[in-house]
Design a protein around this ligand. Structure first.
Ligand SMILES: [Zn+2]
Ligand SMILES: [Zn+2]
Ligand SMILES: [Zn+2]
Length: 243
């Protein structure tokens, strides 16, 4: 597996066809997904490292951010792009996400990539990725010292905002959520008590809730998952790199 050392530049140009998830519409007072305008922003992670986020664009489902992310990296495999709706109260709502495997770019002996990338469940985003540095086969030693340095810090998050990760298992997109009432875990069927500080993991697509400890073990497929034709059962949906 090639390990890349050098400078990673990601330009996030624009997204189109964004739609609020059914869960995000719960406070929308009967508006449907086509009349609801999002206040979208986008976050970028490289593996476990948060590289930054764009500003929020107001009232649009086709935002043009034209935002540049730059990072010095050693190793690093998966870029994760997530779009959120900047909610006026409470948690920002998940809108859509995708992942890009840097390995797929490097294996084509390429250091430049630009394409529309499909977002799940709805929309697509235009990204330009440039890698300048060296790529070499990983030895066991340098795999262990894989590190990512953040060169540029994105815009400051507003006070009180909590950064949330998307955990993807079997098509579910789980995010940590505070529960206001006892809720059954979809996996082990036990209660998840809504005591302050106790979190459940809620799928942003099908709205099922599980314990944090259970989310990685869930065996049911997400009912909110977009149907993919001709996909063998064992293949999990992932972001397509095809243009
Ligand atoms: Zn997880
Ligand atoms: Zn789900
Ligand atoms: Zn459970």
């Amino acid at each position: 597996m090639p390990v890349f050392r050098g400078l990673l530049k990601v330009r996030v140009c624009e997204a189109v066809d964004l739609k609020p998830t059914p869960w995000a519409l719960r406070h929308a007072g009967g508006k449907n997904s086509s009349s609801f305008l999002l206040d979208p922003y986008l976050t970028l992670n490289l593996d476990q490292t948060h590289l930054g986020q764009t500003c929020t664009k107001n009232r649009t489902n086709s935002p043009a951010w034209n935002h540049d992310f730059t990072a010095q990296m050693t190793g690093g495999r998966t870029l994760e792009i997530s779009v959120f709706h900047d909610a006026p109260i409470g948690y920002d709502d998940f809108v859509a996400n995708c992942t890009i495997q840097l390995e797929d770019i490097l294996q084509n002996s390429s250091t430049h990539y630009q394409a529309w990338v499909d977002l799940e469940p709805e929309g697509k985003v235009y990204v330009i990725i440039d890698l300048s540095g060296t790529s070499a086969e990983a030895s066991a030693a340098n795999e262990n010292e894989e590190r990512v340095f953040r060169e540029r810090i994105g815009p400051r998050r507003r006070q009180g905002a909590v950064r949330r990760r998307v955990h993807q298992v079997n098509g579910h997109k789980f995010m940590a959520t505070y529960l206001r009432q006892p809720t059954y875990c979809s996996h082990c069927r036990d209660f998840i008590w809504g005591v302050l500080g106790k979190q459940g993991y809620q799928c942003q697509m099908c709205t099922c809730v599980v314990h944090k400890r259970c989310h990685e073990h869930i065996i049911t497929k997400c009912a909110g998952m977009k149907k993919q034709e001709d996909t063998p059962e064992e293949v999990l949906p992932s972001c397509s790199l095809a243009e």
